[in-house]
Design a protein around this ligand. Structure first.
Ligand code: NAD
Length: 480
């Protein structure tokens, strides 16, 4: 058994009320440890630690903050294998994926914001004819709350923490209770890197107790949240009357639009990835595939053949393409959507069944599933499933597909496959999404704004947008 502790004021400690939650290994369905179910008292202690640390940290030079964040990044890289294995065990994702994407990206987050803060600048405005100069101070907010989901555990946790710390804030953070392990390990690394105690506090527990206590805390002045749309709406309701600064990165139901004039092989290989990477549990996955009618039959055959060849298996096998889903309740939710699709006259072209992996019979494995849908309005085409399930359907014209792409409540990302420049420009201007990828998917440059429109969120993170979120602008006007 591997018990996790809260990281408060630089030390590891049990939850004050001694309440614990089981931590499951999705690859075999077994409990392999316990995590604190922290309550308001633990969050208060974390807040007090952060508050005391803020006085010094907010005055620490940019060079020093930068040096510590880059040191954390280096230590994550040195511990790549250990972190990748821990992430995989907690989440069910292939170790190879955690090793090539999740952990390197978490390290990049610290390195990127460690560097970015040294380049962050604010504006000044000469008020011509009034003998005055205005400048903008960008001051750290104070103690901020960061709450993250289970699908890319350390990657998204650090995506918030790194800019918050770089900007001079102190943090009370909560990873998902479903995947707490690498956030726990991060505490050790922060101590080793010399992060002063109390600057980062990591409190574990359920959303409804620990998460809620962070959001409700009267002196935690900003909340950066990534997770489901319903949770985001609830958090907004709690935080708005307290006038907290909010950044909400929420769900998605992203279109993948394929025109006949695309580079077919590149499109096909990338579409396999954009459909099923991380078991389809990435908010950016292209879960609604629209294909131009003239290549629809060919695409359907080629795509299904490729998907049938994917290996569903134990996350630590080198040849596994699809690991385990994150939890039993999530597996049940995804299976329920496959039933809903059948009830809506969807045709299962491949997949649809649970997989028994020899030696790990109680793990949460599901075949990658492709469903041909008769209309874009069916539930499986409108609601976020967040698993290894994609829908496909043909389209006749650019106008039709644009309408269907935009006719969902979400607006996180969209992918477009075409070599027609004018169409690229027309479509990318009109797609209702925070991110549009053309002839690629999930190519990320950390300087770019990241986030969604409509029910996919409010605000942007990434690059200077994140540093703007985690600072309070103050206008100073000097008359001379
Ligand atoms: P979730 O909303 O259930 O939980 C996310 C986090 O919020 C967890 O840490 C949880 O404990 C906490 N939480 C739950 N209730 C809370 C409350 N009342 N107060 C405060 N915190 C609370 O989401 P999930 O199931 O962990 O993650 C999957 C969702 O995340 C999907 O909808 C996915 O699209 C979304 N997601 C979005 C992005 C993005 O960048 N837009 C990225 C990854 C995942």
């Amino acid at each position: 058994m591997l018990n996790i502790q809260n990281y408060i004021n630089g030390t590891f400690q049990d939850p004050i009320k001694d309440n614990w939650i089981d931590n499951y290994n999705p690859s075999n369905g077994e409990v392999y440890g316990q995590i604190p179910n922290s309550h308001i008292e633990d969050v208060e202690q974390a807040y007090q630690g952060a508050k005391s640390a803020f006085k010094l940290w907010s005055k620490t030079t940019l060079e020093e903050r930068s040096r510590i964040l880059i040191k954390i990044s280096e230590l994550l890289e040195e511990n790549l294998q250990r972190f990748a294995e821990a992430e995989s065990k907690d989440n069910g994702k292939p170790v190879s994926l955690a090793k090539s994407i999740d952990i390197p990206r978490a390290a990049s987050n610290f390195r990127f914001f460690g560097n970015a803060i040294t380049q962050f600048a604010s504006e000044s405005h000469e008020s011509v004819g009034q003998s005055a100069i205005n400048y903008t101070l960008r001051q750290p907010i104070g103690v901020v709350g960061c709450i993250s989901p289970w699908n890319l555990p350390l990657y998204l946790f650090t995506w918030k923490i790194a800019p918050a710390l770089a900007a001079g804030n102190c943090v009370v953070a909560k990873p998902s209770e479903v995947t707490p392990m690498t956030a726990f390990l991060l505490g050790e690394i922060c101590n080793e890197a010399g992060l002063p105690k109390g600057v980062l506090n990591i409190v574990h527990g359920l959303g409804t107790s620990t998460g809620q206590a962070i959001v409700e805390h009267p002196d935690i002045k900003a909340i950066s949240f990534t997770g489901g749309t319903a949770t985001g709406a609830h958090i907004a309701k709690v935080a708005a009357p307290m006038f907290k600064k909010l950044s909400l990165e929420l769900g998605g139901k992203n279109p993948n639009i394929i025109f006949a004039d695309c580079d077919y092989d590149d499109m096909l290989n990338t579409t396999v990835r954009s459909s099923f990477a991380n078991q389809g549990q990435i908010c950016l996955c292209g879960s609604r595939i629209f294909v131009e009618k003239s290549i629809y039959d060919k695409f359907k055959t080629d795509f299904v053949n490729k998907i049938k060849a994917l290996n569903v298996g134990h996350p630590s096998n080198a040849d596994t393409n699809i690991g385990a889903l994150v939890s039993k309740p999530h597996l049940e939710k995804v299976k329920a959507y496959i039933n809903i699709a059948q009830g809506e006259n969807g045709t299962i072209l491949c997949g649809g069944n649970e997989v028994t992996v020899h030696g790990y019979e109680n793990g949460y494995y599901l075949e990658p599933t492709v469903i041909e849908v008769p209309t874009d309005e069916c539930r499986v085409n409108q609601e976020e499933i967040f698993g290894p399930v994609v829908t496909i359907m043909p389209f006749e014209s650019e106008e039709d597909v644009l309408k269907m792409a935009n006719k969902v409540k979400y607006g996180l990302s969209a992918t477009l496959w075409t070599n027609n420049l004018n169409r690229t420009m027309r479509m990318s201007n009109q797609l209702q999404a925070g991110i549009v990828w053309v002839n690629t998917w999930m190519m990320r440059d950390l300087r770019t704004p990241f986030g969604g429109v409509k029910a996919s969120g409010v605000g942007r993170e990434g690059g200077f947008e994140a540093l703007r979120f985690f600072t309070e602008p103050k206008n100073v006007c000097i008359k001379y």
